[in-house]
Design a protein around this ligand. Structure first.
Ligand SMILES: Nc1ncnc2c1ncn2[C@@H]1O[C@H](COP(=O)(O)OP(=O)(O)OP(=O)(O)O)[C@@H](O)[C@H]1O
Ligand SMILES: [Mg+2]
Length: 220
């Protein structure tokens, strides 16, 4: 069963003569429980692809379908607010540059997707996720007081908090040393497996890409 299905997807930026295609006639199927590494040089469209899958950007042509709780949703037919509602429930996203909320503490950031989805017992679950990523002693810290690698791990805990069917991660180990890279990659792949989520990871790291079931190379 495919969790994410792209068919003939096109995406570009600018308009008229300044329109530049970044993704052209791209098709991809990611099964439930499958992991895919998106690789390719800087500027090849990895982040753009994840933004399309998350419904943050609309496709210019083609179809993009996400499966959530037994139903298929064609993002190319949904408006922005419907895409946002679906993303909140179905998608966990680890952004390349974290996007943590600066006015919330670490534990509040991780509890946020649980609160938005009106889940119960938010803080214990958020705490458990953070402890698993070695951040149990930073629960009440504010993001700006954390190192880049620590913020990265908070972003991962937050993406996993609501047990999403679709997990997207953009350079999740981009800011980490070898030990924490390993820890973060372990957490990401193990949790995706445990939850049965489809996982798509954009990465420049061969060590991370090798963990995926499949590698998809984007050409420049
Ligand atoms: N909002 C935007 N407006 C105009 N151009 C954009 C926009 N977003 C991305 N692009 C362009 O699309 C191309 C692909 O960008 P993208 O961020 O997807 O690359 P990437 O593969 O993630 O690169 P990196 O490995 O450096 O993160 C780049 O040439 C970029 O300049
Ligand atoms: Mg990128």
């Amino acid at each position: 069963m495919s969790a994410i299905c792209l068919n003939g997807v096109r995406k570009g930026f600018g308009d008229g003569s300044r329109y530049r295609r970044v993704i052209d006639d791209f098709s991809l199927d990611v099964a439930t429980g499958e992991s895919v590494a998106l690789c390719g040089p800087s500027g090849s469209g990895k982040s753009t692809m994840l933004n399309l899958m998350a419904g943050l950007l609309p496709v210019d042509a083609g179809t993009l379908t996400l499966r959530h709780e037994g139903r298929s949703h064609d993002l190319s037919r949904l408006g922005e607010s419907e895409r946002t509602a679906l993303r909140r429930r179905a998608v966990g996203y680890v952004f390349q540059f974290f996007n943590l909320v600066p006015t919330l503490t670490v534990i509040e950031n991780v509890a946020l997707p649980l609160a938005l989805n009106k889940f119960g017992s938010r803080l214990p679950e958020a705490q458990r996720r953070l402890e698993a990523l070695g951040l149990g002693d930073r629960l009440d810290a504010y993001p700006e007081t954390l190192s880049g690698g620590e913020q990265q791990r908070v972003a991962i805990a937050r993406a996993l908090a609501h047990a999403p069917a679709i997990l997207l991660a953009d350079e999740p180990t981009g800011n980490l040393d070898a030990r924490h890279s390993e820890q973060v990659a372990n957490a990401l792949f193990a949790e995706a497996r445990r939850l049965g989520s489809a996982l798509v990871v954009a990465t420049h790291s061969a060590a991370v890409a090798e963990r995926a079931d499949r590698i998809v190379e984007l050409a420049h």
